[in-house]
Design a protein around this ligand. Sequence first.
Ligand code: HEM
Length: 174
Amino acid sequence: MNPQAAALVRASWSQVEPIAPAAAALFYRHLLADAPELRALFRGDLQQQGDKLMRMLGWLVARLDDLPTLLPALADLGRRHADYGVQASHYDRVGAALLRTLAEGLGAQFAPATERAWTDTYQVIADTMIAAATDKAATLMRRPAGAARKRDLPGASVRRRRLARHRGACRWIS
Ligand code: HEM
């Protein structure tokens, strides 16, 4: 992450934090006006969800210079989002709503360099979350149905030997 961009994002976020509840409400208003089909994904209370989103963004923004902490946290967040039904194409809608919220919330302080810094930062966040969700989906596709195949469970080789002995002795099993 470019240190100048990280500094711009941090400085602008410190101006959003005091108005976080209003910014979150504005963000969801923009997001759901632009993409009403996403409403069904949010099962809980949107005000609480907005609080979680703002706190998570604050946590991420404070760690933009600490990639060893940031990247695994983003990967976990991306995998959880796959479970919420979030798809890769939704990230652009969320990014657009976030940038619009920042532009309206910060007004003239959302200078072009700050806007570029946020655009780049959001892209890193979204790409990392999407990559983790995609890896998770690929792993699940490779795995047979069920958490583990019965023949992989402990004791399976013993059960296989017993069955083979039984087969030899039993006229009903060929
Ligand atoms: C910057 C990117 C994002 C951040 C920081 C973020 C943050 C969060 C956080 C902190 C939660 C609370 C649950 C948890 O921690 O797992 C959450 C839940 C959720 N997020 Fe995100 N999110 C992002 C992107 C998205 C996108 C692109 C969507 C697509 C619509 C989305 C939809 C949801 C949904 C549906 C939930 C679950 C809500 C529920 O169960 O009611 N998020 N998000």
